[in-house]
Design a protein around this ligand. Structure first.
Ligand SMILES: *Cc1c(COP(=O)(O)O)cnc(C)c1O
Length: 356
């Protein structure tokens, strides 16, 4: 692929996507995100081990999350079938992505979100793109049940990751990682797990690309860890709103992928997620939304507990969404800016006194 002519994941990986011939392509030139080597973070979580840690920065997709990879394929396919309306349930990023691709294609878009549980940047984007945002007095899981029911009654296209075309698009991130690592898969692939569509898609992608298979390490928030506990969580809780999901739609596919890869899924507390979130920003200059730090948090936990030997390993952590999605949370975590009079004396005094 000529790097100057990137035109989105469908055109880049057409041969790997089973879209019918003649499907119109609805794209925002998503994909082609950087894989960033993170030596300072590697040293923080595995001192002296020679860990080769890479971060797949999916927050740089057009609407700020990896959801765009799947949405371009799902919306293109829906348009090919003549759909006029799309719908989804969402903790926010699927909604923002659906809204953008619907705008691009001239479709009506309904998004159901859990009331009060959607981060500011996601809500703002949905409204700007012109989606009809419906706040449900219930959890994401309740919203998903509703949309599944309504698409059975009306001819509306469902673009949640229960739609298999979403996974087809999302698998392209595994292709990119293999290419970016010079034609081979990493030893470990770490990522947050909510509805479990992404982990399922990555596993499909690595298998189809034939450049080797990583072991998968999934991270769930401790208050929303149905895969770890082996049971539905009725009231999922976490600051990581993108993975606050108690009954994942791709539960069984995810467990199979974890099993086949020789991997594992573990729960990390909100404090551990926030610690990794801070390290990403302060050690590497990567500002992500809290859920997106869960892959790093679970890797750190497993190294600490001796379950993963980082020595000389190549590990990829997926950073699923951009930090600007959740500015409220970021401000809550930070100290307020310092205030000074607008004088050189005050500024110089501050500069020289500040303990470094
Ligand atoms: C959707 C999302 C996830 C979880 O992905 P699943 O496919 O639901 O497991 C994680 N992080 C962010 C930022 C997301 O938007």
């Amino acid at each position: 692929m000529n790097k100057h002519s990137w035109q989105g994941v469908i055109r880049a990986y057409r041969d790997y996507l089973p879209l019918p011939a003649g499907t119109p392509i609805v794209s925002l030139n998503e994909g082609n995100t950087p894989l960033i080597q993170a030596d300072r973070l590697a040293e923080q979580i595995a001192p002296g081990a020679g860990l080769r840690l890479f971060l797949k920065y999916e927050g740089l997709n057009p609407t700020g999350s990896f959801k765009d990879r799947g949405m371009t394929v799902a919306v293109s396919q829906a348009c090919g079938e003549g759909a006029k309306t799309i719908i989804c349930a969402s903790t926010g990023n699927t909604a923002a992505s659906a809204a953008a691709y619907a705008a691009r294609a001239g479709l009506r878009c309904l998004v159901l979100v859990p009331e009060g549980k959607i981060a500011l940047g996601k809500l703002a984007a949905c409204l700007a793109y012109g989606a009809e945002v419906i706040a449900i007095d219930g959890s994401f899981d309740a919203a998903l049940e509703l949309v599944r029911e309504i698409v059975a009654r009306h001819s509306i296209a469902l673009v949640n990751s229960v739609n298999p075309w979403r996974l087809q698009g999302q698998k392209t991130a595994a292709f990119e990682i293999c290419d970016q690592l010079g034609g081979r898969a990493p030893d470990w692939h770490c990522l947050p797990v909510g509805n479990a569509g992404n982990i399922t898609a990555y596993w499909i992608g690595y298998q189809e690309y034939g450049q080797g298979l990583p072991r998968l390490l999934g991270g769930q928030a401790a208050g929303a860890a149905p895969l770890v506990r082996g049971e539905v969580v009725k009231k999922p809780e976490s600051i990581a709103t993108a993975i606050r999901i108690g009954n994942p739609a791709r539960w069984h596919e995810a467990m199979r992928a974890l099993d086949e890869s020789g991997g594992m899924v573990a729960a990390v507390g909100d404090e551990e997620i926030l610690q990794s979130w801070k390290w990403l920003a302060s050690l590497e200059g990567l500002f992500v939304e809290p859920a997106s730090a869960t892959g790093v948090a679970v890797l750190h936990q497993q190294i600490r507990q001796g379950e993963i030997d980082p020595g000389g390993k190549t590990v990829v952590c997926v950073l699923t969404g951009h930090g600007l999605k959740d500015p409220d949370m970021a401000l809550q975590q930070a100290a307020a800016p310092r205030r000074l009079p607008a004088t050189m004396a005050a500024l110089e005094d501050y500069l020289l006194r500040r303990p470094s």
